[in-house]
Design a protein around this ligand. Structure first.
Ligand SMILES: Nc1ncnc2c1ncn2[C@@H]1O[C@H](COP(=O)(O)OP(=O)(O)O)[C@@H](O)[C@H]1O
Ligand SMILES: [Mg+2]
Length: 306
């Protein structure tokens, strides 16, 4: 039985019904158009394969605890890089060190060759790194659409909040921001609940909404921290499809994921952390057969909670 989505969601009934009427070919054209609206300002990645982000000897200490111990790896433009490792290995800390939540104790993080050392979080967002959180962080009282508009706001100089105050020069930007946010919700597959408050959305929709909000900042690098946590296998497969679609659209993705099967299926390369150290790096096949990785994961079930 279909879930009762409440009267608010009628707003978007049009798009969903329209999509259902389309032939697969029409839908493909439509999706390309959506992608165009989603990120009109994004530069086309001409140099697929060059280094986008680079961690060099990054160490992160919390008191006596070494959460990251001289970790180095590169993220190449256009790839899906998996960052894996047992619970407590330092994966989330790695994200935090890259996105300005923490300043590394030593070492450097470079985006397109430029050190990120002294940037604040919002500046790093503007430079092109977006992330989702292991524990979902949304504005619960805002609608799904508003959550994404706010994400886009982080990117643009003129604030949409200003637009809402009805300053004339902001009208066009406001309309564009809403249009783009709607397209993003469609892109991640949750447009049918655009007008629902975030807190009323099913868990899987909230996870996708976080991704839409991160994409709204038009990032060069999208970092996903266990986006499939709490999903059943079918939902996980669905999400992997979305992550592939995001990459095929030209984004670079760094994926933290605990489920080995899932990571093997979607990533181009994998970096493995254990106790804050990088213990392996390579193609999924190489990682799967790496004895140190197998040992690190022994006794940890595939779907273990990280
Ligand atoms: N803010 C912090 N203060 C103290 N210890 C922390 C902090 N953040 C992370 N840690 C510790 O660093 C280690 C790595 O944590 P984390 O990066 O969250 O691991 P993972 O995401 O791989 O499960 C853990 O031992 C964790 O307790
Ligand atoms: Mg974590």
């Amino acid at each position: 039985m279909a879930e009762d989505t409440g009267p608010d969601t009628e707003v978007d009934g049009g798009i969903v019904a329209e999509l259902e009427r389309m032939t697969p070919a029409e839908r493909e054209v439509h999706q390309a158009e959506v992608a165009e609206v989603v990120a009109p300002d994004r530069e086309i990645a001409v140099d697929v394969g060059d280094t986008l982000l680079s961690l060099q000897d990054v160490t992160m200490r919390f008191g006596g605890l070494v959460a990251l111990d001289s970790v180095s790896f590169d993220i190449r433009r256009g790839e899906i890089l998996g960052l894996i490792g047992p619970n407590g290995a330092g994966k989330t800390t790695c994200f935090n060190a890259m996105t300005g939540v923490y300043r590394p104790t030593s070492g450097s993080v470079r985006l397109e060759g430029k050190p990120l050392g002294r940037q604040q979080r919002y500046q790093i967002t503007r430079l092109g790194i977006a992330r989702t959180f292991q524990n979902i962080r949304l504005f619960g009282e805002m609608t799904a659409l508003e959550n994404v508009v706010v994400g886009a706001d982080a990117r643009h100089r003129t604030s949409v909040v200003g637009a809402l105050l009805r300053l004339p020069r902001h009208h066009r930007e406001e309309r564009e921001a809403v249009e783009r946010a709607m397209a993003l919700l469609e892109f991640v597959g949750i447009a049918d609940r655009a007008a629902d408050k975030a807190r009323n959305l099913p868990y899987g929709y909230q996870r996708r909404l976080e991704i839409a909000r991160a994409l709204a900042t038009e990032p060069k690098l999208l970092c996903l921290d266990e986006p499939a946590a709490g999903f059943n296998p079918a939902e996980k497969d669905n999400l992997m499809g979305l992550i592939r679609k995001i990459r095929d659209d030209g984004y670079t993705v760094l994926l933290i994921e605990h489920d080995m099967r899932l990571v093997m299926g979607v990533t181009d390369r994998i970096v493995v952390l254990e106790f804050g150290k990088k213990i392996a790096e390579g193609l999924p096949m190489e990682i799967r057969d790496n004895p140190a990785v197998v040992a690190a994961y022994l006794g940890v079930p595939d779907d273990g909670v990280a």
